[in-house]
Structures are given as C-alpha cells and as structure tokens.
Design a protein around this ligand. Sequence first.
Ligand SMILES: N[C@@H](CCC(=O)N[C@@H](CS)C(=O)NCC(=O)O)C(=O)O
Length: 209
Amino acid sequence: MKFYDCSMAPNPRRTRIFFKEKGLDIPTVEVDLFGGENLKEDYLSKNIWGLCPALELDDGTVISEAPAICSYINDIHPEPPLFGTTPLERAQVISCDRHMENSGMQSVIYAFRNNFPDFALRGVGGREGDKTIPELIDRGRNGIRVFFERLEKQLGKSEYIAGNFYSMADITGLVVIDFAKFAEFEIPQENKKTLAWYEKVSARPATQV
Ligand SMILES: N[C@@H](CCC(=O)N[C@@H](CS)C(=O)NCC(=O)O)C(=O)O
C-alpha cells in the first residue's frame, strides 16, 4: 500500500490519525498541494479527482476520499472499531462524519480559501481556474458559528460525537476544529461540552500527527 498525504492539509490528517489509532504505519508519499503537484499529470494519473488523501493498493487500485479509505482500513483491520460495532452505530458514525465534513470542514474552507491569496485562481480544491469569491468568507464564518452551536447540542446527547464510543466522526470533528483554530476561529468559551470533548480527544496519542 502507498498513502498519498499532505502533511499541512486537514483531510489527509483525518486518515493519518485513523491509521495511527489502528497501529498502522503505511508508506507515505508527500504531495505538494500548495505547489499544485496534485494538479499535474503524474498525480492525476493516480487520482483523477486531484485531491488528497488517496490510498494506492498493491494491485494499483486507488481509493480516494478520507472516509472511504478509513472504511476500507477499518474492514481489513477491525480493531479497534472506529465505525461503531452495530449497523445502527455505523450509520450514526457515517452520518455524523458527513456533518463534520459538510457543515464544519466546508465552512472553514470557505472562510480560509477565499481569503488566501496563493489560491486566488484555485477557489475549488482539485482543479484550477476558479477565482476565489470574497463573499464566501462571510458564508464560511456564519457556517462555523452554526457548526459550533450544533456540535455543542450533539455533544449534549452522548459522550462522543456519534455515541458513547470514540469513532471516525470524532477524528473528523477534531481535525475540523484544529483547522478552524489555524484559520483563527476558536471554540466559543461558553461551549463547555465541546471544550471538554476537545480536550479529551486531543489527548489521544494518535492525534499528534
Ligand atoms: N472529501 C475529500 C476532501 C479532500 C480534499 O479536499 N483534500 C484537499 C486537502 S485538505 C485537497 O486535496 N486539496 C487540493 C487542492 O486544494 O487543490 C476527502 O474526504 O478526502
């Protein structure tokens, strides 16, 4: 197996944390996303979508998208389970993981990417030619505000994001919050449940990647 990573980027980090939770050490190729290596033929010939992460299997098959890579790894290395242990738990993990990505990650991307001069003509990940749109910065800020409100409510229901067990959804939630911090958006001080959860999941050794 070969893992296509970018050490600075949030979505590959979801996968790195997942591998570490599973105790796996997968050979890694660093892709220079900031320099546009993902938009060149060499990388596109592996992953036509131009995004990172990607996992290449020994027979040359490539899996793209962090949750798909993690789901595959979870099936071939079931311990510890990171997608729950029952059909319902698995559904809740996938549901919450998608909310972390669609509501949290996407909002930070709007706020960050449209404010980042180096990406002036790379407003959309994985392709070139889309101008950034300054109006989307506000959409991102509002999205982050709503995301924090809803995450606090979600953590009022259970100890971890998808239930009373640690899962892929917590990994994505943590990565979103660290990416938000990098973009200078902090968890509101009144969101006590989120702050306590964040402290707990951040203390896991696997997150130090
Ligand atoms: N939904 C995808 C998102 C992947 C993604 O957006 N990756 C970013 C890095 S965090 C990327 O490759 N960006 C390429 C670019 O900016 O051109 C996943 O789960 O893997």
